[in-house]
Write a protein that binds this ligand. Structure first.
Ligand code: DMJ
Length: 659
């Protein structure tokens, strides 16, 4: 037996319940090796006794010295090891969100290699640490960031906190300091008196907010122009681009935004590209819905705003090329069209189309018929609505998510959501009714019945703060899951109320608006995740849970869109303040200093939101446009009595009643 005198103390700090235990466990370890007598018999008891004996032999001073040293090393180790602190933070979040399931295997978040390269290099300022500490306390109650800070504007708070350093994500930088400076300078330009309205006190530098939106657009455009000109989407981190249809999607989606924001130079450059470069005579498959709402919708609205027939000609060209999608046995269109070959097909794995896609192309095709006096476009999309109107398989006016292009019947029965795959069906019922001069009663009936279905089956209150939310139904089973996409609903409800539908729609709109705002305010970055789950059990700590796989933010517009409608109709300035807060957070966490904005993977980590390297075209087409309209004081700037916005924020005229 080997005679080894060994006394070991292991002080271990590390967590094994996180995403990748092996690589993410860190240790602070102290080993004291003794030299006294004792026989190593491989027994733990012996080791314990031997150590204890040695410990007792030490003087009190020696013992205190050792304890002090150990404690000091532990504290230093934890404070200086970023991965250890990260683990602490990560564990706290996982524990909070996953509850008893924290130790179950979790789906790994998608973190491209690029993200890892882009970790911040510059140490954070103390003010950031304080901020994060505040975030870590979690959001037990409703949050209104402005009120929580004593009803001062964010800009004032920024001043107190001082500036942040550049956060370098290596490939590109998100320049937080510049943004804060810009916001401060902007806010300082005008000294606006405090206004009290509906109990909400605030400062309102309207002009500067508009300018901040224009700045944001210019910054997004700078990246697109430099690295992705004429391509579908900017990849701002890698300073490159992504192609989807190969049709300059971002450029076309952004045309009317530039016109509305009065960005003349940018608009003219884009118009030149449309007239000289844009060709739809291409052997490419495009998605019918996406190309209708973004390209056809964008061209039609730009035609209306500018009166330039270049855009109408292009709209007619793409609209005509999309028509083969309707050549199906049921007349329910296929999802994909080859605009060069004139052929259409469903996705490879199914002959289904999604319900939202086939019922959210009507505003555009109907308008194209009106402008061209060619009735074929409208006839095709009206037929879809008539068929869906009569279909079996709805529940209290709620529609399933899929429809078969052969049989014309709903499939995947029993699943109901106002989120992905069904959302804009409901939106377009109301908006077609408005577009057509409020005469098509079947559309209105379907809309009103669907709202009753929502109230009966999907509307619930969260705990502890009783936020009203819209969940989902799967074969009679309720799920408290709500997509950010559902946040179009407050705006649509408010629009309906404005057009004469019951006042209770407006009340529901206000409640849901608060919920959508809380989906931002309760996150550490102040940006909403893609999906939340609401807590319904009495005694829940927070209203909102976010699963690891749902923490991304794609720069989506729905909440800003609804804030615009709510402000237009109520003039309650809190909606503007909420929007302003959200814009500042987009600037803080998604702006890439070399140009453009990026989607992020993790709205719960303000230190490392993890860029996804993609700027969706709807950020320019919708999100920034709705910000601008929210902050604009001119109710005649796209009056909601004259225009109806398609689901991609492209305004189309409400038809004159004579028609
Ligand atoms: C946009 O393309 C449209 O708003 C669509 O209706 C839903 N998805 C995106 C924005 O989130």
């Amino acid at each position: 037996m080997t005679e080894t005198k060994h006394c070991a103390y292991d002080f271990t700090v590390g967590w094994a319940g996180d995403m990748n235990p092996s690589s993410r466990t860190d240790f602070v370890s102290l080993t004291l090796t003794g030299q006294g007598s004792g026989i190593y018999n491989n027994s733990k008891q012996w080791t314990r006794q031997s150590c204890w004996r040695k410990w007792k032999l030490l003087s009190r001073l020696q013992r205190n010295l050792i304890l002090f040293t150990v404690a000091l090393m532990l504290v230093c180790g934890i404070a200086t090891n970023p991965s250890v602190t990260e683990h602490f933070r990560g564990l706290a979040v996982v524990a909070k969100e996953e509850g008893d399931h924290a130790l179950k295997p979790v789906i790994h978040e998608v973190q491209p290699e690029l993200d890892k390269l882009n970790r911040p290099l510059v140490p954070e300022s103390p003010s950031e640490k304080q901020k994060r500490a505040a975030h870590k306390r979690g959001p037990p109650g409703l949050q209104n960031r402005l009120q929580k800070k004593g009803n001062v504007s964010d800009t004032q708070v920024e001043k107190e906190e001082g500036e942040k350093p550049l956060v370098n994500w290596r490939v590109a930088m998100i320049d937080q300091a510049t943004e804060r400076r810009t916001a401060k300078e902007a806010a300082n330009k005008v000294d606006v008196p405090e206004v009290e309205q509906e109990g909400h006190s605030h400062k309102e530098p309207e002009v500067d907010r508009l300018e901040a939106v224009r700045d944001a657009f210019r910054h997004a455009w700078k990246g697109y122009k430099e690295f992705a000109w004429g391509k579908d989407e900017l990849r701002p981190m890698s300073k490159s681009y992504g192609e989807w249809f190969g049709l300059g999607l971002t450029l076309i989606d952004a045309l009317d935004t530039m016109w509305i924001l009065n960005l003349k130079k940018e608009f003219e450059e884009a118009k030149t590209w449309v007239s000289t470069e844009l060709s739809f005579d291409k052997d490419v498959d495009v998605n019918l819905f996406e190309s209708t709402i973004r390209i056809l919708g964008g061209l039609l609205s730009t035609y209306h705003l500018t009166g330039d027939t270049l855009f109408l000609d292009k709209a007619k060209d793409i609209g005509t090329r999309l028509m083969p999608a309707f050549n199906t046995p049921s007349k329910i269109p296929y999802s994909d069209v080859n605009i060069g070959k004139g052929t259409a097909h469903p996705p490879r794995w199914t002959s289904d189309s999604t319900v939202a896609e086939v019922t959210s192309i009507q505003l555009e095709f109907r308008e194209l018929s009106r402008l061209t006096q060619d009735t074929r476009y409208q006839a095709a999309v009206d037929e879809v609505m008539q068929k869906v109107h009569k279909l079996e398989g709805k529940q209290d006016g709620l529609v399933p998510m899929f429809i078969n292009t052969n049989s014309g019947q709903f499939t995947h029965l029993g699943m109901f959501t106002l989120g992905a795959r069904a959302d804009s069906y409901y939106e377009y019922l109301l908006k077609q009714w408005i577009q057509g001069g409020k005469k098509e009663t079947a559309l209105l009936e379907d809309y009103l019945q669907a709202l009753e279905g929502v109230k009966k089956n999907l509307l619930k209150k969260s705990s502890p703060n009783r936020l009203t939310f819209v969940g989902e139904l799967s074969h009679g089973r309720f799920s408290p899951k709500m997509d950010h996409l559902v946040c179009f609903l407050p705006g649509t409800l408010a629009l309906g109320a404005h057009h004469g539908l019951p006042a209770e729609h407006m009340e529901l709109a206000k409640q849901l608006m608060e919920t959508c705002y809380q989906m931002y305010a309760q996150m550490e970055t102040g940006l909403s995740p893609e999906i939340v789950h609401f807590n319904m059990h009495e005694g829940s700590i927070g209203d909102v849970d976010v699963k690891l796989a749902d923490r991304h933010n794609l720069l989506r517009p729905e909440t800003v869109e609804s804030l615009f409608y709510l402000y237009r109709f109520t003039k309650d300035r809190k909606y503007r303040d909420w929007g302003w807060e959200i814009l500042q957070n987009f600037n803080k966490y998604t702006k890439v200093s070399t140009g453009g904005y990026t989607s992020i993977n993790n709205v719960r980590d303000p230190e490392y939101p993890s860029p996804r390297d993609k700027m969706e075209s709807f950020f320019l087409g919708e999100t920034l446009k709705y910000f601008y309209l929210l902050f604009s004081d001119d109710p005649e700037l796209l009056s909601l009595d004259k225009y109806v916005f398609n689901t991609e924020a492209h305004p189309l005229p409400i038809w004159p009643t004579a028609q």
